[in-house]
Design a protein around this ligand. Structure first.
Ligand SMILES: NC(=O)c1ccc[n+]([C@@H]2O[C@H](COP(=O)([O-])OP(=O)(O)OC[C@H]3O[C@@H](n4cnc5c(N)ncnc54)[C@H](O)[C@@H]3O)[C@@H](O)[C@H]2O)c1
Length: 262
């Protein structure tokens, strides 16, 4: 049994200098993998560069994941270090605007889809030849509970995350014959900076206290709990390991059994 041995695996992560992406990177690094990650935020990048886990197995690059040219530059840099990779984690995703649909702007809609969907296309297109060279591999797309349920006041986000599921199912069919597995993870309500902003925006829109919104979010899981960034890292680590070698095309909730999103 391989038991989650990621030694020397080469893994690309989009938007990994904080939040879920960095939690994933830390777990991978602790299991011996080589990580190539990018982020748009220089402050986060500098923090990661100074982290004790930063060693020769971590490469960090400044890049806007929603700009094709930036992503091409990132992959140019990666190809100078390695010809093949074992995995791609399409993690980048913004929360998008909060509001009923008639109050949202087309710019906000387009930006959400550009970051949450089109950027995955840029990364995936460039990663596939490197995964094929490896003769097997894994792509993990980070969707959301909003990718399997409706999410009132967050229509662009929900649309983008359902698109990620569609992309996952289709790619799994296209890439199966190359032994490249493609799965999606749907995180629940994650304890972290993103949810602080999401709760603030919803409380402002509905004009109700933040504490009430927070309680409601947590209660959407049968287990009545927050989910932690590390929970997503552990699922990624399993999915790219040989222990998951026949798991593909799956949409996996890591959410304490989220039964609603409202
Ligand atoms: N946090 C949650 O509760 C939650 C729940 C479900 C799904 N998700 C999904 O998980 C993924 C990660 O979420 P998170 O909460 O860690 O995100 P986050 O908002 O904390 O951001 C993580 C990182 O992404 C970077 N980033 C943002 N836009 C970028 C861009 N255009 N190019 C490059 N880097 C960029 C930021 O600088 C930051 O370092 C997203 O796809 C998100 O939709 C999050």
């Amino acid at each position: 049994m391989a038991l989650l041995n990621l030694k020397n695996k080469k893994i690309v992560i989009s938007a990994g200098a904080s939040g879920i992406g960095w939690a994933i990177a830390k777990i991978f690094l602790s299991k011996g993998a080589n990580i190539y990650l990018c982020d748009i935020d220089l402050k986060n990048i500098n923090k990661v560069k100074k982290h004790p886990l930063n060693n020769k197995r971590l490469f960090v690059h400044e890049c806007d994941a929603s700009e094709e040219h930036d992503v091409e530059n990132f992959f140019d840099k990666i190809r100078k270090k390695t010809k093949k990779i074992d995995a791609l984690i399409n993690n980048v995703g913004v929360a998008g605007p909060t509001g009923t649909i008639e109050k949202l702007s087309s710019e906000d809609w387009e930006r959400t889809l550009q970051v949450n969907v089109i950027s995955h296309f840029y990364f995936t297109k460039l990663a596939i030849p490197m995964l094929k060279k490896n003769k097997s591999g894994s792509i993990i797309n980070i969707s959301s509970g909003a990718g399997i349920m409706g999410f009132p006041l967050r229509s662009p986000y929900a649309a983008s995350k359902w698109a990620v599921v569609g992309m996952t199912k289709t790619l799994a069919m296209e890439l199966g014959k190359f032994k490249i597995r493609v799965n999606a993870i749907c995180p629940g309500t994650i304890k972290g900076n993103r949810m602080v902003k999401v709760i603030r925006d919803k409380a402002n829109f509905l004009k109700i206290p933040k504490r009430k919104i927070e309680k409601e979010f947590v209660s959407m899981a049968s287990m009545n709990c927050w989910i932690y960034e590390e929970d997503i890292g552990k699922m990624c680590s399993f999915l790219i390991s040989e222990d998951a070698e026949r798991i593909s095309g799956q949409v996996i909730g890591v959410d304490g059994n989220a039964v609603r999103l409202d």
